[in-house]
Structures are given as C-alpha cells and as structure tokens.
Ligand binder design. Structure first.
Ligand SMILES: N[C@@H](CCC(=O)N[C@@H](CS)C(=O)NCC(=O)O)C(=O)O
Length: 205
C-alpha cells in the first residue's frame, strides 16, 4: 500500500462486527476507505486474515483483526474524538462479552442456515447450538445488570454501538428474545436512527 493511501476496512454487508467498525469510522470521522467483499468469503481471504473473517483493517504494512483490535486501532487514529468523550475502551471486559455474544449468535445463525442437524449419537453431552443460545441469553442478562442509561457512561460509546449492532443483526437475520430487557431495548432504540446506523443497516436477505 502506498504511504498516502488511506487505511482500508474490508467488510461484509450484514456483519455486525464490521458494522461496528463502519459506525466508529463514521462517528469518529476516521479516514478509512471501505471495501465490501462478497459472502461467502473466497478462500483467498485467508491470506488476509488466517481466521477467514471480516472485519479486517489494512493500514500501512499491517492487517489488523479481530474486531477488538480494530476498535483499538481506530481509536488510536482518532484525535478530535478524544474530548469530551470518556475513553471508549475503558471497559474492555464488557466489550469482550458483547463481542463474544456476537460470535455465539453468528455461529448459531450459520449453523441453522446451513441446515445442520444431528446425524449420530451425541458424545459431547450437550447440543452446541442450544449452548450457544444459552450463552447469548446469559450474556444479555449479565450486560443488562451493567446498563444504566448507557452501558458505560453519560454518552453512548463503543459498548453501546457494539450491542446495538449485534442485536439489530439478530433482528435482521434470526430474531431472538431480547426486547424484554427494557434497558437494553432503550439503548438500541436510542441508537438505531443515528445516521451512522441507518447508513449501515444490513440489506434484507
Ligand atoms: N471474532 C471475530 C468475529 C468475526 C466474524 O464472525 N465475522 C463473520 C461475519 S459476521 C465472517 O467473516 N464470516 C465469514 C465466514 O464465516 O466465512 C471478530 O471479532 O472479528
């Protein structure tokens, strides 16, 4: 990449992880060029990210992944947004749980859409798809206990954006029960009409 080229974000339209990065790029006004890639990803994408996943942020000489690392890099590339916001990465455990719940949700969705079903005796002792669903619900309960108006402060920040991206992905692709948690519903509804969200809404299937 030429020194003058802006950083590039590789993304898939519906990916909630990539959507979070696209929203942060917009909200924090980070100069990043967006590159949409098709789904399913081609095998050649493993040369970019050995985990074969988006998002990936390409900066000068570096491919940055997964999402948590990209968020840190975007924040490091931001100057204007530092004030008056709180450090958006102040609560890394909360962000890790939110992104982890996103992983469980996406895996469960992919398993269901792939039409996978049990073909032999279950020697594992539990059903992985059901366990993913349970993890999602337990993580939501845990996050709910942390929520005030927003998750970490007086203003929405990375954790709120991440939660909203993941729950709106669920609504768009494979709805789960989450609106019964009133505080979480307020967070999502308080964000979904922001220009950065409406500009990145997943296309219908
Ligand atoms: N833990 C990863 C999750 C990324 C992820 O699940 N990306 C999905 C899209 S939502 C993907 O690229 N899937 C491509 C595939 O499964 O082949 C992160 O935090 O970046």
């Amino acid at each position: 990449m030429d020194k003058l080229d802006p950083a590039k974000l590789y993304y898939i339209d519906a990916s909630p992880f990539a959507r979070l990065c696209r929203i942060l790029i917009d909200e924090w006004q980070v100069p990043v060029h967006l590159v949409e890639v098709p789904f399913p990803l081609p095998d050649t994408f493993f040369e970019i990210n050995p985990m074969g996943q988006v998002p990936v942020l390409e900066t000068i000489g570096e491919m940055i992944f997964p999402t948590a690392q990209i968020v840190e890099q975007l924040w490091a590339m931001t100057i204007e947004a530092r004030e008056p916001y709180l450090d958006p990465l102040a609560d890394r455990q909360l962000l890790t749980v939110i992104l982890g719940l996103g992983n469980f949700l996406v895996l469960g969705n992919q398993q269901a859409r792939a039409g996978l079903e049990q073909t032999g005796e279950n020697k594992l002792g539990f059903n992985p798809a059901e366990r993913h669903q349970m993890r999602v619900q337990k993580c939501l309960d845990w996050i709910d206990t942390r929520a005030q108006t927003w998750l970490t402060g007086d203003e929405p920040n990375v954790c709120d954006y991440a939660l909203a991206c993941i729950l709106l992905y669920s609504d768009a692709r494979r709805p789960i029960e989450w609106r019964n948690r009133v505080k979480l519903a307020k967070i999502v509804d308080g964000l979904r009409e922001r220009p950065s969200f409406t500009a990145t809404a997943p296309a219908p299937l």
